[in-house]
Write a protein that binds this ligand. Structure first.
Ligand code: ADP
Ligand code: MG
Length: 640
């Protein structure tokens, strides 16, 4: 489904969902089954032949026109569609008087087609369910305080919106006035509403609580977090797994070969003096049972079902290929700040010198850091506000990922960043030896002080690391730009032994490349701009959605939308399970084909039995894949 279409449907509140019968495949399958039943009744009741023939042929028409038409269109593009072969087989059966067998084939065929359509629809629906709904209109306030209802699609950056109690928020924005609590479950999965005050960010599609808010729109409606998620989901649905592409490539040649074999199976006995009817019957049966329908259906349903399931549980997998990669990845490389840690560091100690007071130092550092999205920057700004230090506007802000930032505050040039950038700086070293993350503040080229910060590991980090080690069978690593002391302390807390510290973004890439050169398939988990290059280099990359920077979200292959690291081992386990289901499906499908074909060639396989066996195996693998859609298939109990 194209992204635009998905976004459109996502915008309609309480979208009309009138059950599976809403699908045309299902309606036509029901009609075909009805006429089949009437025909069977007429035949058994001994009614005139023209009557039950008429009923059976109506069944042909209603059940076969859709796949027949699609097959003819595919043929125009020189693609031999298996569906078309099924219709041809049914017509040929009627041609030799076996109208009942042909109608049975059509009915089972149409029914399994309808089942497939329902399954696909359910998958799409359950993915869309996690998106929540952006309202269609929002209340915009102009500079004269006049309110107007406008289409949310037309919202522009800097528009001011009024959000009344209980209203769904129409755009991503920043709170200007008011206080309220907002239910953000659609985006973060957090069950508790988040308190919002001026300066806080709010997201489209989340629900306002009891207060009234005035917000300033910060993103055009096509770029809201929720519509980006929608686009990713649409892309996931449109992508195909490598296994699937492989099968489709084989399918074409296989189909042509199969038709050739069918013709041979018809002609050779005929030339050898066999009668037309039995030769045709055997050839038809062969064509039906040798069709690769079940093989084709082996791969995508389990993968798509898993993607939908993961989506419901807070992991957005961007494509079927990603799921395949997650299944064979290892070792896992973790970023530290924001990934293994809560990403909410606190300022613990301030050391000022060169005539700066603690407050003056904090004020300059916070003013310069204010535009930065880095967790350390947010901690410094928060600490300054709490201490009553002024946070002033900064200009000429520039950041060097993994190093620090520089900005102009008033007539001072302020730099804040890693001590590794400066020459030896004893105070910072002392903080680092105590396990802190130390950043240095340099004002107008001269050191002005050191800020020491601490961050706590996530509660679930240790268990997640252990599970991933068990699943992948490889020792996980920590890759961080922070100092070796702080890194070692955190690694010990979460149970990681392989620590690489003091890495600049390009060093992270180097480590990933080095591991991959040794044949490892690195799963990189990170959140920052500094992680994006390593993410791009890794076999597969996962971003922490809440703290994650835009760049990390774009670069990653999957996003953990709820702030829960436990989802990572869960999605890896699910991906592995999906891989096992695909393998089992391929074996089931191939076994059915081999057994039925052998039976037809060496013995006498009755046509109805062949039809039932072929369609039965197709339905079987389809349902087997859909098992992964169930809540129980998600390997983490509780929190959902
Ligand atoms: P990690 O790899 O653990 O996520 P980063 O690569 O983001 O850490 O940061 C590495 C180091 O760079 C930090 O420990 C800090 O010293 C410095 N740094 C990066 N960004 C900033 C910033 N905005 N303000 C201050 N220091 C920063
Ligand atoms: Mg980070």
């Amino acid at each position: 489904m194209p992204a635009a279409a998905l976004r459109n449907t996502a915008r309609v509140p309480h979208q009309a969902w009138s059950g599976p019968a809403a699908l045309s495949e299902v309606r036509w399958a029901l009609v075909a089954t009805g006429f089949f039943a009437l025909g069977l009744f007429a035949q058994l009741a001994g009614l005139p032949g023209w009557l039950y023939w008429g009923l059976y042929l109506t069944c042909y028409g209603s059940g076969g026109w859709q796949p027949g038409l699609a097959g003819l269109q595919a043929l125009r593009n020189r693609i031999l569609d298996v569906d078309l072969l099924m219709v041809v087989a049914a017509l040929a059966a009627a041609g030799i008087g076996q109208v009942f067998d042909g109608a049975l084939l059509i009915v089972i065929f149409a029914t399994s087609g309808a089942l497939e359509a329902v399954a696909t629809r359910r998958t799409e629906d359950s993915v869309r369910g996690l998106l929540g709904l952006t309202p269609e209109t929002a209340t915009r306030v102009d500079e004269f305080d006049v309110e107007r209802q406008v289409d949310t699609a037309q919202l522009a950056v800097d528009d001011v919106l009024l959000i009344r109690p209980g209203e769904r928020i129409g755009g991503d924005g920043v709170v200007l006035e008011g206080a309220s609590e907002v239910d953000q479950a659609t985006i973060t999965g957090e069950s508790l509403p988040a308190d919002k005050a001026p300066g806080d960010e709010v997201f489209a599609g989340t629900v306002n609580g009891t207060g009234t808010l005035r917000i300033r729109v910060v993103r055009p409606s096509a770029d809201t977090v929720i519509s980006r998620i929608a686009t990713m989901v649409a892309e996931a649905g449109a992508s195909k797994a490598r296994t699937q592409l492989f099968i489709e490539k084989i399918e074409q040649r296989y189909s042509v070969l199969m038709v050739a074999a069918t013709v041979a199976l018809l002609l050779v006995p005929l030339l050898a003096g066999s009668d037309l009817r039995s030769s045709l019957l055997r050839a038809m049966t062969f064509m039906i049972v040798a069709s690769p329908c079940a093989l084709v259906l082996s791969t995508m349903p389990p993968l798509l079902a898993s993607i939908a399931n993961a989506g419901r549980h807070g992991v957005l997998v961007k494509s079927a290929v990603v799921l395949e990669k997650l299944a064979d990845a290892g070792p896992v490389a973790f970023d530290k700040t924001g990934t293994l840690t809560k990403g909410a560091p606190r300022l613990a100690k301030v050391h000022s010198e060169n005539g700066f007071s603690d407050i003056a130092l904090l004020s300059l550092a916070a003013s310069a850091e204010n535009p930065s999205e880095h967790p350390l920057a947010r901690a410094i700004v928060a600490a300054a506000r709490a201490a009553g230090a002024a946070v002033r506007p900064a200009t000429e802000f520039a950041s060097a990922p993994g190093r620090g930032i520089r900005a102009q505050v008033g007539d001072h040039t302020v730099e804040v960043g890693s001590p590794a950038l400066l020459r030896a700086y004893p105070v910072a070293e002392r903080f680092e030896q105590a396990g802190y993350t130390a950043v240095i503040v340099v004002v107008d080229g001269a050191p002005a002080g050191v800020l020491a910060l601490t961050d706590h590991p996530r509660d679930e980090a240790r268990a997640a690391v252990a599970k991933l080690e068990l699943l992948t069978g490889r020792t996980p690593l920590l890759m961080t730009g922070d100092n070796p002391r702080a890194a070692a302390q955190l690694a010990a807390d979460v149970g990681i032994t392989d620590v690489r510290a003091g890495l600049l973004p390009e060093d992270k890439v180097g480590v990933v490349r080095g591991l991959e050169a040794d044949g490892a398939r690195v799963l990189f988990v990170g959140d920052g701009v500094n992680d994006a290059p390593a993410m791009a280099a890794a076999h597969v990359a996962v971003a922490m959605g809440r703290s994650g920077s835009d760049l990390a979200l774009e670069t990653s292959d999957a996003v953990i939308t709820r702030d829960d690291l436990a989802a990572l081992p869960a999605v890896v386990a699910l991906a592995r399970r999906a891989r096992r289901v695909v393998a089992a499906n391929l074996v089931i499908a191939a076994t059915f084909i081999v057994v039925l074909v052998t039976w037809d060639l060496l013995g006498h396989l009755p046509l109805p039995l062949g039809v039932a066996g072929h369609e039965g195996s197709t339905v079987l693998v389809g349902l087997n894949g859909l098992r992964l859609l169930r809540d129980r298939a998600w390997p983490v109990r509780g929190r959902s």
